[in-house]
Design a protein around this ligand. Structure first.
Ligand code: FE2
Length: 234
């Protein structure tokens, strides 16, 4: 609806401009004819054509994936940065995967707990999206290149592939808890390594943001698969 309104506005605009030109021509036909001719020509000094398809003859990339640049003076040596970037790209791929699992399950959830899981999954999706951005930006600060695209994430992620099918809520929850466990095990291992190498910023990101957020989400999700009586105590 909005786009058709836009199209019709675009179609009527030249008509309005033409009407304006015609009314002017009545009073000053000769000079207006010249102005109209000028309007139809481009200024040759300004090339308004965008330079398209430059990727077809692209030079070498700005920076190759897997390399680390010592651009920013943040007081960390190259080997420390390289190790942290490799660890963070692993956590990034796992976090992007977990984030997308939450959205998948947000859409596909079914059953008596539909409403609360639908909302909870989306809340967790948003929180994981914040973590994704924090990890990726930490990688760039360290001089690395953050993994980004779905095909690269799929290759790198340590979380098992999730089927395309719609699954029952307890299966969704089990898959999510397993993904959180894998991610948290990586977090603990990498936080310790970052601590040992002196990369306090990476250690802090993993401990304060990743571990805390993921542990909280595990709690909220796991309580849904406790087989507790609904109406009468057993
Ligand atoms: Fe939604």
């Amino acid at each position: 609806m909005a786009s058709s309104a836009k199209n019709s506005a675009a179609k009527t605009a030249p008509k309005a401009a033409a009407a304006k030109t015609t009314s002017k021509a009545g009073s000053n036909g000769a000079s207006n004819g010249k102005a109209s001719a000028n309007r139809n020509q481009s200024n040759p000094a300004v090339n308004i054509q965008p330079l398209l398809n430059q990727q077809q003859n692209a030079p070498a990339p700005t920076q190759r994936y897997g390399t680390v640049a010592q651009r920013l003076p943040i007081g960390l040596g190259e080997s420390v940065r390289q190790e942290s970037v490799d660890m963070l790209n692993q956590l990034l791929a796992d976090t992007i995967t977990l984030r997308d699992m939450y959205k998948k399950h947000h859409w596909q959830v079914v059953g008596p707990t539909f409403y609360q899981l639908h909302l909870l999954y989306d809340k967790h999706y948003e929180e994981q999206a914040v973590l994704v951005d924090a990890i990726a930006e930490r990688i760039q600060i360290l001089g690395g290149v953050a993994v980004a695209m779905a095909h690269d994430v799929a290759e790198l992620s340590s979380i098992p592939r999730v089927p395309r099918d719609r699954e029952e809520a307890p299966i969704q929850v089990s898959r999510l808890l397993d993904a959180h466990r894998i991610l948290l095990e990586n977090c603990h291992r990498f936080a310790e390594k970052a601590d040992e190498s002196g990369d306090d910023g990476t250690n802090d990101l993993i401990v304060s943001q990743l571990i805390r957020t993921n542990e909280m989400q595990v709690w909220f999700v796991a309580e849904h698969v406790v087989d507790s009586p609904l109406t009468q105590a057993e």
